[in-house]
Design a protein around this ligand. Structure first.
Ligand code: G6P
Length: 602
């Protein structure tokens, strides 16, 4: 949540580099944006220059900002204070010589703000963030006795400020008197990038790919002083020096770009068939190891948020169907009450694309306190969840930028299917199943198939409600499909267990109500069709998604049978439908309103 990018080095084009960095990070938040620069030729009043605006970055430029080799910027996902130019980051102190960008929530900001107002500080925004700039200003007065003390005083002032903040926060502060960025993290992610004669800070490693692949992920309560020639990491409370834990990023710049596609989401949907084939053919060693460990555990829980929670739910079916093991699943923000019943020798498997979702990290933290073993499936290697886990598996989706998760979901469930097969001692069976899923996915993402979906999207674009039903794994598909449609096309969609229709939702079905039905020819086929008929009898317009057509269907989307892995092509079809509905309705599928890719607040 909130994109952060900071640069210090030899280049005088820091503001433009920062803007470019922010454009790659906009999926983290896009309510507003802003860039601050310490001008190279200091103006007479020696102040930081800021440009900030409400709205998406779009084609914005920062050509009107002065040149400078120290700049940082922010894309906002509003928590405190409306979406206005004034509330956009960076925020300045009264003297305009200190600027801050922030990700998180300062929980005690009201108390701090009132104290600062009493001391004469003037606030110009409604944000919690602005208190940070004024607090640093206040501490600077205290610590800067002599001008030559300016640099140490600055980092000391940021350290003291950070210690005063309650809540989970990542901050970066700059100051006209010190040629450095000082940053601190508790909860919200920050990564330091090591360059040559230049260094970087970002909220997300993908933004650093054009400049460096050597990074250090800050741990909670770590602080860093980043100047152009050095990176000094230390503990915010003890002051103890921390040796950089340098990590190499494996993603490429091209992977993080749209290429020939108009939107990231479409590119990411089309990458899925290839990713499935890769997972089917790569060494399954880590899946086998995790399967062994999970098999031993008396109780296993799969947890995630949003789309990752749907992956958890789907996988719980894989484990019972393939490995005859009861594995529970849970939604991270609702998981609290279950933690108390997981025994110490139980296992918690956390699923996350970003590895930074706060709701999930909170569960993992609490589970660790209980000595529960943590397994994770993560896309961003090195992320907080990755580092917190006893055993982890990289899902290998590559950078995912569309806010609506697609390929991270498919790669997660592909790995989970393999783990279930490994648990049953039949990893080859799992690999075969993924090969079938890859083939089916290729078919449903072909040009001809896409045209069928585009036609359907045209027909459905003015609908206000969609009901999606399925049994078993198809129920999981229904839930995930509904989420995709809701989050980007803003059409209300509901995933319902097919058998539950008659217990309530059927009351909403009248003439012309759109009902999507996942009906693969599995053991639930007959009952699913009976439920579809119940809808049709009440006027429902039935869109069948199945390997074979049926008279009940008013529209038919054929999805090849891939056995237990049919959920994969089924969901890919729904991803495409969600995408084209969004295009038809004139919205941006990559940046849906009010949402962000990585939710680092509770
Ligand atoms: C946000 C994103 C969703 C994502 C969820 C969990 O809400 O918009 O697309 O599914 O977070 O994210 P994670 O990174 O933990 O998988």
């Amino acid at each position: 949540m909130c994109g952060i990018f900071g640069y210090i080095g030899d280049k005088k084009t820091a503001p433009r580099m920062v803007l470019a960095g922010l454009k790659t990070l906009e999926y983290r938040g896009y309510d507003s944006w802003g860039v601050a620069v310490v001008p190279s030729k200091q103006s007479t009043n020696n102040t930081i220059v800021v440009k900030k605006k409400a709205g998406k970055i779009g084609d914005a430029t920062v050509n009107d900002l002065p040149e400078g080799s120290l700049a940082f910027g922010h894309t906002r996902w509003a928590t405190h204070g409306g979406v206005t130019d004034k509330n956009a980051h960076p925020h300045l102190d009264c003297s305009k010589t200190v600027a801050v960008i922030h990700n998180g929530i300062v929980e005690n900001y009201e108390t701090l703000r009132n104290e600062l107002i009493k001391k004469g500080h003037r606030f110009v925004s409604e944000t919690d963030t602005e208190v940070i700039a004024h607090l640093v200003e206040e501490y600077l007065k205290k610590f800067s006795v002599l001008p030559r003390d300016a640099a140490p005083a600055f980092s000391k002032a940021v350290q003291a400020t950070f210690k005063d903040l309650e809540g989970l926060n990542a901050i970066i502060v700059i100051n006209t008197a010190a040629e450095e960025m000082v940053a601190a993290r508790n909860g919200s992610p920050l990564v330091v990038g090591f360059g040559h004669g230049e260094n970087f800070l970002a909220s997300d490693p993908a933004a650093l790919l054009p400049y460096t692949k050597q990074v250090h992920f800050l741990e909670d309560d770590e602080m860093v002083i980043v100047s152009k020639g050095s990176i000094h990491i230390f503990h915010a409370h003890t002051g103890e020096r921390v040796r950089p834990r340098k990590q190499l990023l494996t993603w490429t710049t091209e992977e993080a770009e749209k290429g020939k596609y108009p939107f990231f989401m479409l590119k990411e949907i089309h990458e899925q068939a290839g990713l499935l084939s890769e997972i089917a053919s790569e060494s399954p060693e880590q899946s086998i190891l995790i399967a062994k460990e999970l098999k031993k555990a008396p109780r296993v829980y799969l947890v995630g948020a949003g789309t990752s929670a749907h992956a958890a739910r789907s996988a719980s079916y894989f484990f019972s169907l393939v490995a005859n093991k009861l594995v529970n699943y849970g939604i991270a923000s609702e998981f609290d009450h279950r933690l108390s019943v997981i025994p110490e020798n139980g296992a918690l498997m956390a699923l996350s694309q970003s590895g930074e979702t706060m709701d999930l990290l909170e569960v993992v933290k609490k589970a660790k306190e209980k000595n529960i073993k943590i397994f994770s499936l993560v896309n961003v290697v090195g992320s907080t969840l990755w580092r917190m886990s006893d055993e982890h598996l990289a899902i290998g989706a590559g950078p995912e930028k569309g806010v609506a998760s697609t390929k991270a979901f498919i790669t997660k469930i592909a790995h989970l299917l393999l783990i279930a097969y490994a648990m049953a001692g039949d990893i080859k069976g799992g690999q075969k199943s993924l090969v079938r899923a890859a083939k089916a996915t290729k078919e449903v993402t072909s040009k001809a198939y896409t045209q069928t979906i585009m036609k359907l999207a045209k027909k459905l674009k003015d609908e206000q409600h969609l009901y999606i039903i399925g049994h078993g794994l198809s129920y999981c598909a229904a839930l995930e499909s509904a989420l995709k449609i809701k989050e980007i096309s803003y059409i209300h969609a509901e995933g319902i267990p097919a058998g539950e229709l008659k217990h309530g939702t059927l009351a909403l079905v009248t003439k012309g109500t759109i009902c999507m039905v996942f009906a693969p020819h599995d053991e639930h086929y007959q009952s699913t069709m009976a439920n579809a008929m119940e809808m049709k009898a009440r006027g429902g317009y039935i869109i069948g998604i199945s390997d074979k057509n049926d008279d009940v269907f008013d529209e038919f989307l054929q999805v090849p049978d891939a056995g237990i892995a049919t959920i994969i092509p089924n969901i890919v079809v729904a991803q495409l439908l969600a995408y084209y509905l969004t295009i038809e309705r004139g919205f941006d599928p990559d940046m849906p309103r009010n949402l962000a890719k990585s939710v680092t607040v509770k």
